[in-house]
Design a protein around this ligand. Structure first.
Ligand code: ASP
Ligand code: MG
Length: 400
């Protein structure tokens, strides 16, 4: 069994849906047991979200979920019909019909369980289930959605549930590149990446895939192949083992990425005490805010300290509401630039090289964080492009 997921641009028009139907039909020759997962037609989810926002700023509601889930419902119906028209037996299924159970967090639910029986029944009969990505239902049977970009997560989770040999993610780019080709036209295509590298890349802002999807792939050992719907090729294989001709050592840095979608929150004069951080971050986590880099000063003589952290822009309202009493200052205009690569775990001085590039370009670093395989710096958004170019060159990532 395999799972193929088609993103919004891949099903962005009737012609494209028909093209996808022929791609799926061709793929059945090699592997007749296929499940398909679809996103909404491109722009549709944005349209629905903006309709909703004209009524309410609070997207963590049942109404929001039911509304935005409808984009995938339309796409799955159209693709299933297109498959039937080209002679492939197919059936459209909503997330909950395909067995997706989630928690009840509105607007950002997590998958708790998948009952794959129905999907597998169809597959065994030679019928292609066309499942709506991005959604499921909670224990009360209410439709939930997984957060923007969540249909990748649906696809990989379904692949894990049906024990697929591969999850193919069809999109509008030919896989993962050493950086954004719009900033560096000489960016190179990367044929293979580890789950760890891709997980970092996805969560650091490379828009190719939803980070939660990679997490699931890694956890269940499902290789993920990122492919271009509009151009034949091998794309990028994530999480597969080596191939003949691989070199023994990984490059120090595999990719440079950036994320504009962030806010910088500063809270001044927090009373220090064993419970101070717990109180602040506990409040935010119950509302699903994903925190990023956290920096805090040592307590001063007056027993207070200052705290800053970066978070996602969509959480600005929640942060403001939940930390209201502490008078947080929420700033936009900052972005995060990161370098990623499993090779850096065994090389010293990688972060220093990054700081050297930024300092010689006169880029101020607001905060920074490192792990075994990445270094991230928060910098002014206006200086992202120059920094990405400098780093891409510094780590020899350009194509031959
Ligand atoms: N349609 C949803 C979105 O635009 C889910 C997805 O495409 O992955 O966020
Ligand atoms: Mg997507």
């Amino acid at each position: 069994v395999n799972v193929q997921k088609f993103g919004g641009t891949s099903v962005g028009s009737i012609e494209r849906i028909q093209h996808v139907a022929t791609l799926v039909k061709e793929s059945l020759v090699e592997d007749p047991q296929t499940c398909v997962v679809v996103s909404a037609m491109s722009g549709e989810t944005d349209r629905l979200v903006s309709l909703y926002r004209q009524i309410s700023p609070d997207i963590h509601t049942t109404e929001y979920d039911l509304l935005v889930a409808s984009g995938e419902q339309a796409a799955a119906s159209l693709l299933s019909a297109a498959l039937n028209r080209v002679g492939v037996r197919a059936v459209p299924l909503l997330g909950f019909q395909a067995g997706f159970e989630t928690d009840a967090k509105r607007g950002r639910a997590r998958i708790t369980q998948i009952n794959e029986d129905l999907v597998l029944d169809y597959v065994k009969q030679g019928i292609v289930p066309v499942v709506t990505g991005f959604q499921g239902a909670d224990a009360q049977g209410r439709i939930t959605t997984l957060g923007r970009g969540g249909s990748d997560t649906s696809a990989v989770a379904l692949a894990a549930a049906v024990k697929a040999s591969v999850c193919k993610i069809y999109t509008d780019v030919s896989g993962v590149f050493t950086t954004d080709p719009r900033i560096c036209p000489d960016a190179r295509h990367i044929p293979r990446l580890s789950f760890e590298e891709m997980m970092e890349l996805a969560s650091l802002g490379a828009k190719v895939m939803h980070p939660r999807a990679i997490e699931i792939g890694a956890k269940f050992g499902i290789p993920i192949q990122v492919l271009n719907t509009f151009q034949k090729g091998n794309g990028t294989m994530i999480g597969s083992t080596h191939k003949d001709g691989d070199s023994f050592e990984s490059p120090v840095v595999s990719a440079v990425t950036y994320d504009h979608n962030m806010i910088l929150v500063s809270v001044k004069n927090v009373k220090s005490g064993v419970d101070a951080l717990n109180e602040i971050f506990g409040k935010l986590s119950t509302h699903g805010v994903i925190l990023d880099i956290i920096v805090h000063s040592a307590p001063r003589a007056d027993g207070c300290f200052d705290l800053s952290f970066s978070a996602q822009r969509e959480d600005a309202l929640v942060v403001e509401q939940k930390l209201g009493g502490l008078q947080p200052e929420i700033q936009t205009g900052f972005s995060k630039v990161s370098i990623v690569g499993t090779g850096m775990a065994s090389h010293s001085g990688v972060a220093a090289r990054m700081f050297r590039v930024l300092s010689s370009a006169k880029v101020p670093v607001v905060c920074t964080t490192t792990s075994e395989i990445k270094v991230s710096c928060v910098i002014p958004s206006t200086q992202v492009e120059a920094s990405v170019r400098g780093l891409h060159a510094e780590f020899n990532l350009a194509g031959a």
